[in-house]
Design a protein around this ligand. Structure first.
Ligand code: 3NM
Length: 205
């Protein structure tokens, strides 16, 4: 599988997004067919230090067993201990050029929400882009205003060959519009972590 294919169904999750055991939710999501996972322990009620590492190791192990790509969100310190395939950062996190020199071989993902953000970012050193929030989301407290599927189309036009995922408010009902706008995949938190039937929702994405 190339990176585009690996990004097709990309679950992002931390314990703060779960009302059940995150390990069980990840197992169900893997059974449903996710192709990538991002460990994002961030925001209110997120775990820290040893507890964060401990949960990360469990989730990492599951991903390894099932050949699901494992990315860590914005935590350079955890990349090596978790043997992550890569790291995803936002505009206010570590600079991607710095990350690239620290991790020459890792996959680096970057979030972009506007043309201004694209212009000020070293897009040439990243492996994939996350574009959003496509739709309204209440999962990320500091999320920007929704940019719509138009933003996906714009980023695709700017970077015809860049692996690209949409993020923010994506559900089984609207995921098709994100792919049709030009994304290689969809990244999803609440639609999966809050689902009554996790594997069914993943199948339908
Ligand atoms: N990043 P849900 S939106 C983590 O726009 C994150 O960069 C965003 O959660 C961005 O799938 C978002 O529940 C939250 O809407 C996505």
């Amino acid at each position: 599988m190339n990176l585009q294919q690996r990004l097709r169904k990309y679950l992002i999750m931390g314990s703060q997004n779960c009302q059940r055991d995150p390990v069980v939710i990840l197992e169900e999501a893997i059974a449903g067919g996710i192709t990538a996972f991002q460990f994002r322990e961030k925001g209110p009620n997120a775990l820290e230090t040893e507890e964060k590492l401990e949960l990360g190791l469990k989730l990492r192990q599951l991903c390894r067993k099932h050949h699901v790509m494992f990315i860590v969100n914005d935590d350079s310190v955890l990349v090596e201990p978790l043997e992550a395939d890569g790291i995803h950062v936002g505009q206010n996190d570590v600079d991607v050029e710095q990350l690239r020199s620290t991790f020459p071989e890792k996959i680096i993902g970057l979030s972009v929400s506007s043309e201004a953000e694209v212009r000020k970012s070293a897009i040439d050193v990243v492996d994939y882009l996350g574009a959003g929030p496509v739709f309204g989301t209440s999962t990320k407290i500091d999320a920007k205003a929704p940019v719509g599927t138009e933003w996906i189309t714009k980023v695709r036009a700017m970077y015809p060959n860049m692996p690209l995922v949409g993020i923010g408010g994506i559900t089984a009902q609207n995921s098709r519009s994100v792919l049709e706008a030009g994304a290689d995949g969809v990244s999803v938190i609440s639609a999966v972590t809050q689902a009554d039937d996790v594997s069914r929702v993943v199948e339908r994405l």
